[in-house]
Design a protein around this ligand. Structure first.
Ligand SMILES: C[S@@+](CC[C@H](N)C(=O)[O-])C[C@H]1O[C@@H](n2cnc3c(N)ncnc32)[C@H](O)[C@@H]1O
Length: 353
């Protein structure tokens, strides 16, 4: 077992960017990245600030300073759990993390062995640490340090980070966020559920009863999810909503082009969600125009679709243009990421000032 200097990082690159891994890591100035399973890389970076200040971090939705590693095959290592838990407690308990969280490197559904190993290792480690303030990932304070550990066929990797710096509450940032129930109309419902969970790292979500304006709502996966969370929704789309949403309480559907929609002048929405497909700059223009109907401080959740932007450079260029235009129109960026439910797209969140 050996300890690592804090300049080493464990980075996760989503599968969708795998063909561009080399280019994305070069933009991060990552030195000699070593690939692991599940899209992970161990690499050396100048420092933690180099990562947060680098726009290419967009391709790395979850990251951890690597302070402890035990390269081994856990399946073939005698008393792996006991030895691993003892070394974690010895090294990290004196630093009083708010939580100890362990996850599998490969979060794929077929990887039962490492999921259960992770859970058993966490159980044993918790017996060795003093009682911790956060008993689960969701109870963590986003700004306080936690011990995150990942385990897989390459061994054990661990470090301390706040959930906000890591950009996720769970080790690896991967956790299936359940939709609230009811009819599953499209996978987009899981995307807004995940976005609202991730956003808690940076800001408070709108309270129940808040009124959302939703652009690009059909067939209604996100609409259904927002309604399940006791929000009111005005949904705009040229295409119809799923019949299951007909007569849904709290929903107003406007069958129109977003460019033509004019909200009643006196009406103010609390939040705006945009999942329009097509040209991202055109979608942003609709958001900026309709954003004037948001209350001051209103939240905007925007899916930035990147079709046509094939390389990391082209994606970052598009993102830069979108952010510049949004900033120039009085929107303040809260956070941006690539969610596990995102494909060739990112989720950006602004507040209207
Ligand atoms: C990715 S789908 C939305 C999925 C939806 N958010 C859900 O949760 O099921 C994109 C939608 O944008 C709509 N759309 C694209 N451009 C539009 C425009 N200019 N005005 C209105 N709707 C538009 C399409 O009709 C399509 O339904």
């Amino acid at each position: 077992m050996k300890s690592e200097p804090a300049t080493r990082f464990l980075l996760r690159l989503p599968e969708v960017f795998a063909p561009h891994a080399r280019e994305a890591l070069a933009l991060l100035e990552a030195e000699t990245p070593t690939p692991l399973t599940g899209g992970w890389f161990i690499t050396k970076l100048a420092n933690a600030g180099a990562l947060s200040g680098n726009e290419a971090v967009l391709f790395i939705p979850w990251r951890l300073p690597l302070e402890h590693s035990w390269p081994c095959n856990p399946e073939k290592t005698e008393a792996f759990i006991e030895k691993a838990a003892q070394s974690l407690a010895k090294k990290f308990a004196p630093r009083n993390p708010q939580a100890v969280l362990v996850g599998p490197l490969d979060a794929g559904p077929q990887n039962r062995y490492y999921k259960s190993l992770a859970s058993n290792l966490r159980g044993r480690a918790l017996q060795l640490f003093p009682k911790l303030p956060a008993g689960s990932a969701d109870e963590q304070n986003p700004a306080l340090p936690s011990l995150f550990c990942l385990v897989g066929k390459e061994g054990l990797f661990a470090g301390i980070s706040t959930p906000r710096e890591a950009n996720g509450f769970h080790p690896g940032g991967i956790k299936f966020i359940k939709q609230s129930g009811g009819a599953m109309i499209s996978r987009a419902g899981a995307k807004i559920a995940e976005a609202l969970h991730w956003l808690r790292l940076y800001t408070d979500p709108p309270p129940p009863g808040a009124h959302w304006l939703e652009l690009g709502a059909s067939p209604g996966g996100m609409t259904g999810e927002l309604l399940q969370r006791q929000y009111r929704v005005t949904a705009v789309d040229r295409a119809p909503l799923d019949v299951r949403l007909r007569r849904a309480e709290g929903l107003t559907f406007i069958p129109a082009d977003a460019a033509d929609f004019r909200p009643p002048p006196a009406l103010r929405y609390d939040a705006l969600l945009c999942d329009l497909n097509g040209d991202a700059r055109q979608s942003l223009r609709a958001v900026i125009r309709l954003g004037t109907s948001l209350n001051t401080g209103g939240l905007i959740v925007f899916t930035l679709k990147t079709p046509g932007a094939e390389s990391p450079d082209a994606i970052l260029d598009l993102c830069r243009r979108i952010e510049t235009e949004a900033r120039g129109s009085g929107l303040t960026l809260v956070a941006k990421t690539h969610l596990t439910h995102n494909r060739q797209e990112f989720t950006l969140c602004w507040r209207r000032v």
